[in-house]
Design a protein around this ligand. Structure first.
Ligand code: KG4
Ligand code: ZN
Length: 344
């Protein structure tokens, strides 16, 4: 598998509820990508339970790594470095990937590379084109995060704004739970919204002031709850009595409100930084309406949109191994004191 100019990195990702491993050559050539989702385990709780996630990572981590090696036709001799997401995320989940990466790096005698999960989501937008024209802004929009970055220097993204409460993906998941849809809610809301009218209900678009680049999504979730249960909150069972059309209208109107806020704030940050490029990453970037509205905004303002294929928007290890190549090239290695950190 190895030619001298080929650098193969094994990436490992366990920050939330996906156990993932991938092998990527020179940052962009994907040799393998394996993702073991825990959706079924968390579905009955309507969200990720950290203790369950951690235990599932422990069970899955070595089979997933083994499969990534097999799919790539690789052995340890073909691997040049081990990269792992060590922050931010659920610390008892991250620690499983970090420990596995350290063990492999130690026993195989390979360098270890620490990767910030959010920066990796940004890198996923560059998988296809590999390059971009600065200045650039990026929106990472997932279940745990909603943040805007000035990423003219891709390895030093500067945060311009973040959610002050729920992440956009979290709002999708919570509204799906109100509508009695399965977890994870984002894809379910998107599917249901296709049958609904996005203008049926005027849900609030929280902008937090004219110049703010921060987000707030807890109000819209409450607005959906009030809409479903009545202003007195007494209509506890109203959702089960709703017609399919009523539910679809709520899903479509909710989704539209989220899309409007994401696009408006991204445009504002792009105007502020005079960005020529807009990057989009994270699970919610897999949403067709988000992608389409962001493309429209970029077309109108003569900017280029870079966004990963849908399967590389949600958590995966390709983005970890891809970003790690750039750290490898710069000799930016971690040592065995590397820790898992919840923040970052
Ligand atoms: O990036 P990700 O896999 O994990 C985190 O880092 O959080 O994102 C998962 C989130 C979940 O909240 C999920 O509901 C949301 O992304 N999501 C979507 C879609 N696919 C996943 N939200 C809206 N539309 C989608 N198609
Ligand atoms: Zn993520």
């Amino acid at each position: 598998m190895n030619r001298p100019e080929e650098i193969n990195i094994l990436g490992i990702e366990t920050s939330c509820d996906e156990t993932a491993a991938a092998i990527v050559t020179n940052g962009y050539r994907i040799k393998s990508s394996v993702v073991a989702s825990q959706n079924d385990l968390h579905a009955k709780y309507g969200g990720v339970v950290p203790e369950i996630a951690s235990r599932a990572h422990v069970e899955n981590i070595y089979p997933v790594i083994k499969e990534a090696l097999e799919q790539a036709g690789a052995t340890k001799d073909n691997i040049d470095a081990i990269a792992v997401a060590n922050q931010p995320g659920l610390s008892i989940a991250l620690i499983v990937g970090v420990t596995a990466a350290k063990m492999l790096a130690f026993s195989w005698g390979k360098p270890l590379i620490a990767i910030n999960h959010l920066h990796a989501h940004l890198q996923s937008a560059l998988l296809a084109e590999q390059t971009f024209e600065p200045p650039a802004v990026a929106l990472v929009v997932s279940g745990g995060h909603t943040s805007l970055y000035d990423c003219s220097e891709i390895f030093k993204p500067k945060r311009l704004g973040s959610t002050i409460d729920d992440a956009a993906g979290e709002a999708f998941d919570k509204v799906a739970s109100i509508l009695q849809l399965p977890y994870p809610g984002g894809p379910e809301i998107e599917k249901l919204a296709q049958k609904g009218n996005a203008n049926a209900i005027k849900f609030p678009r929280s902008m937090l002031g004219r110049d703010s680049l921060d987000f707030s999504f807890s109000g819209i979730k409450t607005a959906v709850l009030y809409h479903c249960r009545g202003q007195d909150m007494k209509g506890q069972n109203y959702v089960s009595q709703m017609s399919g059309k009523e539910k679809a209208d709520i899903a479509a109107s909710f989704q539209q409100a989220i899309v409007d806020v994401l696009v408006k704030k991204t445009q504002k940050s792009a105007d502020k930084t005079k960005a020529k490029t807009v990057m989009l990453g994270g699970g919610v970037a897999a949403n067709g309406e988000v992608r389409q509205a962001m493309q429209l905004m970029c077309d109108k303002s003569d900017r280029k949109l870079l966004v990963a294929e849908k399967r590389y928007c949600t958590d995966n290890a390709v983005m970890i191994a891809s970003l790690a190549y750039h750290k490898f090239s710069r000799g930016l290695f971690a040592d065995f004191t590397l820790e898992a950190k919840a923040t970052g």
